[in-house]
Design a protein around this ligand. Structure first.
Ligand SMILES: Nc1nc2c(ncn2[C@@H]2O[C@H](COP(=O)(O)OP(=O)(O)OP(=O)(O)O)[C@@H](O)[C@H]2O)c(=O)[nH]1
Ligand SMILES: [Mg+2]
Length: 214
């Protein structure tokens, strides 16, 4: 663990095989892309330190195998993940139709407040498109997810999608720490009603107080 890191956030990449999860991660972590990448076996992970607002975040991203035969192993990695990128391939409708199934798994094995972003990858292949952008966006809205189309090949929106997920996790985590801090405060009683006394520096101490690791 880097000493200067404020938070360690774990997140997962999930979705059908071949949608481009591993290439999204290699783009984000190393700015690399491979046309001949092999299907992931089980899970792999990569780290990247990223500054969001005034915090240094260590993002630990688990890249799971989309192949059915690994499903039992990969779902065990959802535990403790604060975010997920649920990826489909805009040129392969079947990968979009699987999204519902992936969501069921996420909700079964993942945490309640997990930040989930639906990602339509390979948007560089517009001429072979089988899923309209609007369709993905509307589905995401009905499920309460964020949405973005990306291209790992052209490096379009890849940085943005990871950044959006990490920023949202940071917001939730900071809010949580603040609430926890507020709960610790001595409670004053005024006319039989409870009132919480907050210090001027509450916000600062709440974020500093949160541990670097989860
Ligand atoms: N045109 C295009 N091809 C892409 C893009 N992203 C990935 N690919 C290609 O799609 C294929 C599969 O990519 P992977 O990243 O290995 O897919 P995956 O989702 O990790 O697959 P599994 O590990 O089996 O779950 C590779 O040939 C990539 O080069 C993209 O944005 N555009
Ligand atoms: Mg892979």
């Amino acid at each position: 663990m880097d000493e200067e890191c404020d938070y360690l956030f774990k997140a997962v990449l999930i979705g059908d095989s071949g949608v481009g999860k591993s290439n999204m991660l290699s783009r984000f972590a190393k700015d690399e892309f491979r046309l001949d990448s092999k299907p992931t076996i089980g899970v792999e992970f990569a780290y990247r330190n990223i500054r969001v607002k005034d915090k240094l975040i260590k993002a630990q991203i688990w890249d799971t195998a989309g192949q059915e035969r690994f499903r039992a192993i990969t779902s065990s990695y959802y535990r403790g993940a604060l975010g997920a990128l649920l990826v489909y391939d805009i040129t392969r409708r079947s990968s979009y139709e699987s999204v519902g199934r992936w969501l069921v798994e996420l909700r079964e094995f993942g945490g309640e407040d997990m930040v989930v972003i639906l990602v339509g990858n390979k948007c560089d292949l517009g001429e072979s498109r089988e899923v309209e952008e609007e369709e993905g966006k509307e589905f995401a809205e009905t499920e309460g997810l964020c949405f973005m189309e990306t291209s790992a090949l052209k490096n379009l929106n890849v940085e943005q999608v990871f950044l959006q997920m990490i920023t949202k996790i940071l917001e939730i985590t900071s809010q949580r720490s603040l609430e926890a801090k507020m709960d610790e405060k001595p409670i004053n009683l005024l006319n039989g009603k409870e009132i919480h006394v907050a210090d001027d520096d509450d916000e600062v101490t709440a974020t500093k107080q949160a541990p670097c690791c989860y």
